[in-house]
Design a protein around this ligand. Sequence first.
Ligand code: URA
Length: 209
Amino acid sequence: MGKLVVLDHPLIQHKLTMIRNKETGTKAFRELVDEIAMLMAFEITRDLPLEEVEVQTPVAKAKAYQLTGKKLGIVPVLRAGLGMVNGMLNLIPAAKVGHVGLFRDPNTLKPVEYYFKMPTDIAERDLIIVDPMLATGGTAAETITLLKKHGAGNIKLMCLIGAPEGVKMVQEAHPDVDIYLAALDERLNEHGYIIPGLGDAGDRLFGTK
Ligand code: URA
C-alpha cells in the first residue's frame, strides 16, 4: 500500500486556510497555491538521494553534497494542476513538465484522455503528478495508468486537498504510488465536491465561473 502523507508544516496549513476562505480572490488564490506548491515540493523532495563531492571554496577544499539519481518530471493534470507547476519549478528548475488532460464521458462516467504530452525521457524520470483536488480519484488513477503505459516507473501524487474516497481509489488501483496532501478532508458531496474543500480549484485559480 502506498504511503499517505499529510504535510502539516505550519506555513502550508496557514496558507491552505487562506485559500479555503471564500473571500480570497483570484490573484491571492493563485499566489497562495504557488507558494503552497513550493512548500510541498520542499517536503516531498526531502528524501532525494545525495552524493558526496569535493568542492573548492575560496579558502579550502570542502566535502559537500549534490543531488544524484533520477531527474524529476512534473505532471500537472489540466486544468487546475497548472496552478501548482511554477511553485514547484522554483525549487526544481531542472524538472521537465508533461501535461495530461482528461474529461469524464457523460455516458460511461469514465475519464477519457484528450491531451497527453510528456518529456521523451519519461521512463528515466521520477514523476510527481500535481492536481489541487483529489476528489473521486478517477482522474488521478487514470493519469497514473496512462503514465505507467508510457513507461513511467516511480510516481508520486501531490494534491492540496484529498477526500477519503479518492485516497482509497488511488491506493487500491496503484498501491505503489505515494500520496502527498496538505489536508485530508471529510468526504465528497453529491456533486463530487470535497467537503469542506475550497470549491472549484480551476475556477478559483483562473477566475472562471
Ligand atoms: N474538483 C474541484 O475543483 N473541487 C472539488 O471539491 C472537487 C473536485
